[in-house]
Ligand binder design. Structure first.
Ligand code: KIV
Length: 303
């Protein structure tokens, strides 16, 4: 949108929309075995496009540290940065549920700090839920967030905030002991009040068993096809993440190629005096033009 093109409310939005997504409607999808569709988004423009395409929930993921801010991992992004992006997403979204990812350091120090930071997401950015990583060590926080009326999405398996402890981004849940741990954590998080669980980077056979054991929706990323829903990082889906895609990513578009082509053609038009043209320029009105020419004529005579 250029600054001189004023947006009218919702002109490009589809005329009819289904009701906004809620925890109950996600739960209904699980019961009816209708897959839940989720994506990340981090700004107004992409959130608007993603929402209007009809996804069920949008995660303002801390993956923004990598795909938007260019860090090597998700650890550096701050509460204030996450809040800024969540607000932008919230302004764009009319249908999907907006889930804010709690950044590293915002809930690990104490339960009280976790509740305070989650409250900021709801109060200051309009997020409808928060997501946090981890199992048994998060049960107290999940309970407290429920008491504070803040819906929580849990996240198990390959939890990127544990990158150093895991010695890199590695598929989790590969031994029988690890599988037991994951199942136990998932059930405990459900009992503590989580309304959904993201399962990341685990064998599909394990995800299938956890999904079947849970009453709440299990959302997979690199966890195979048997979860109740799927989530991907938008920038991976459209080739804007500048890294070799993980095994579980499928590319549905090439935004990098689209943007490169548009920028190249723009540069070439500017350099070749082809942009802007007449039709992209403002013109003086007849009277003002005549007055200007007259004044320029007088000035020439005097000179
Ligand atoms: O930060 C993120 O994008 C995530 C994933 C689940 C996609 O946590």
């Amino acid at each position: 949108m250029s600054l001189t093109h004023f947006r009218t409310a919702d002109q490009s939005a589809p005329a009819t929309r289904t009701a906004p997504v809620t925890i109950q409607s996600l739960q209904d999808k699980k019961s009816q075995r209708r897959p839940i569709v989720a994506l990340t988004a981090y700004d107004y423009a992409t959130a608007r496009v993603v929402d209007e395409a009809g996804v069920d929930f949008i995660l303002v993921g801390d993956s923004l540290a990598m795909v938007v801010m260019g860090y090597d991992n998700t650890l550096p992004v701050t509460m204030d940065e996450m809040l800024l992006h969540t607000r932008a997403v919230r302004r764009a979204v009319k249908h999907a549920m907006v889930v804010a990812d709690m950044p590293f350091g915002s809930y690990q120090v104490s339960t009280a700090e976790g509740v305070a930071n989650a409250t900021r997401f709801v109060k200051e950015s309009g997020a409808q839920a928060v997501k946090l990583e981890g199992g048994a060590s998060r049960l107290d926080l999940v309970r407290r967030l429920n008491e504070a009326e803040i819906p929580v999405m849990a996240h198990l398996g390959l939890t990127p905030q544990s990158v150093h402890r895991m010695s890199g981004y590695r598929v989790q849940g590969k031994s029988v002991t690890a599988i037991h741990h994951l199942v136990k954590d998932a059930l405990a998080l459900e009992a503590a009040g989580a309304f959904a669980v993201v399962l990341e980077g685990i064998p599909m056979e394990v995800a299938q068993r956890i999904t079947a054991a849970l009453h709440i929706p299990a959302i997979g990323i690199g966890a195979g096809p048997h979860c109740d829903g799927q989530i991907l990082v938008l920038h991976d889906l459209i080739n804007l993440s500048f890294s070799a895609p993980a095994k579980f990513v499928r590319r549905y578009g090439d935004a990098a190629a689209l943007i490169t082509d548009a920028v190249n053609r723009y540069r070439s038009d500017v350099e070749g005096h082809q942009f802007p043209g007449e039709e992209e320029s403002y013109h003086l009105g007849k009277e003002a033009m005549a007055a200007l020419l007259q004044e320029e004529g007088r000035a020439r005579l005097k000179a």
